[in-house]
Design a protein around this ligand. Structure first.
Ligand code: RUB
Length: 321
């Protein structure tokens, strides 16, 4: 059945075989497109039911990266009950392709725009594994800027290894440190650049656990702190006071609990960096201060009662109502 494939994508996201906010969003768009193409439904109501089931399955995988519901919202926008299956299928395929193409283009544009903020000789620190941050670093290096990158390990899932490999592939001089060495090393750093999973209306940035400590250390050392993120990482719900849910993952990722009977382990996967510690957000539409996040969200997601009710029902777990 069609849903078997969606279940596989959902499991891949949940277990982080597909990870990173941008990649997750594109995988979700691809999965919705597959359901639309492969559905055998003849009646609009059956087709919509299948799409809705798929969207709900995908929506429930990981809670923090708003790129996921934003991708669902983009692909399924304006689906009308008075259209036939063929029309709805075409609409979903077109919008999914559009989302994927725009997303890839956005990552490239962010690289070009962000590279202007990196100077020759810079030492840049990055955390976790963000394709947007890597896009900026790679573009700057390809422009001939002599940069050196410091990569954190990013415990417990060690996404820093992925980043190190990606940078080394581009022949960018790269140094790895353990997460707790950030404050020690900050005196050698000129700029920090990280990605984002969600950006709130007040400009606060939700990203991999440890990001806010890095921002604090950068702030203390007067080191510039940049965030590279596509506009679909801006969180519309935060306009109406919704809090971004921080995912807590399996304690087993941190330590083998069988070896520590009785031990309690917390494993929050993301944290929130306050806007005061963010110097710039680099988007595909240009560079903005965190205080402009509110305007971006209003422009992108609208603010009419209709839009609001669409969003609120989505946040309730149903992508189509
Ligand atoms: C990944 C992470 C990344 C953002 C941005 O966390 O926090 O910094 O998702 O990445 P996880 P990108 O590994 O838990 O998914 O710029 O690639 O969208």
């Amino acid at each position: 059945m069609v849903l078997t494939q969606v279940k596989k994508t959902a499991a891949d996201i949940k277990h982080m075989r597909i990870r990173g906010a941008g990649r997750i969003a594109r995988a979700v768009a691809r999965a919705l497109k597959t359901v639309a193409v492969k559905s055998k439904a003849k009646r609009t109501s059956d087709f919509v039911k299948e799409i809705k089931q798929a969207a709900d399955l995908l929506y429930r995988t990981r809670p923090t990266a708003v790129s996921l519901p934003n991708a669902i919202r983009y692909v399924l926008r304006d689906l009308r009950a008075d259209r036939d299956v063929k029309e709805l299928r075409e609409q979903i395929v077109t919008r999914a392709n559009e989302f994927i193409q725009n997303s890839l283009l956005a990552v490239k544009r962010i690289g070009e725009i962000g590279a202007r903020r990196i100077s020759d000789g810079d030492v840049v620190l990055t955390h976790c594994n963000s394709e947007c941050a890597i896009s900026v670093l790679t573009a700057a290096y390809k422009q001939g800027k002599d940069i050196r990158v410091i990569v954190t390990e990013s415990r417990p899932r060690l996404q820093g290894h992925l980043t190190a490999r990606a940078l080394l592939k581009e022949k960018i001089p790269t140094t790895m440190i353990v997460d707790s060495a950030v404050r020690f090393i900050m005196k050698e750093v000129d700029k920090v650049i990280v990605g984002a999973d969600s950006i709130a209306a007040n400009g606060a940035v939700v990203n991999k656990i440890g990001t806010s400590q890095i921002a604090l250390a950068a702030h203390e050392a007067r080191v510039l702190f940049y965030v590279a993120a596509e506009t679909y990482k801006f969180h519309p719900g935060t306009l109406v006071g919704q809090l971004v849910e921080i995912e807590e993952r399996d304690p087993q990722e941190v330590v083998d609990l069988r070896k520590f009977p009785g031990l309690k382990v917390r494993n929050p996967s993301f944290d929130v960096t306050p806007p005061e510690y963010v110097d710039l957000i680099i988007t595909e539409q240009g560079v903005i201060p965190p205080s402009a996040a509110f305007t971006i969200i209003r422009e992108l997601f609208g603010w009419g009662p209709q839009e609001r009710s669409k969003f609120l029902s989505l946040s309730g777990g149903s992508a189509l109502e």
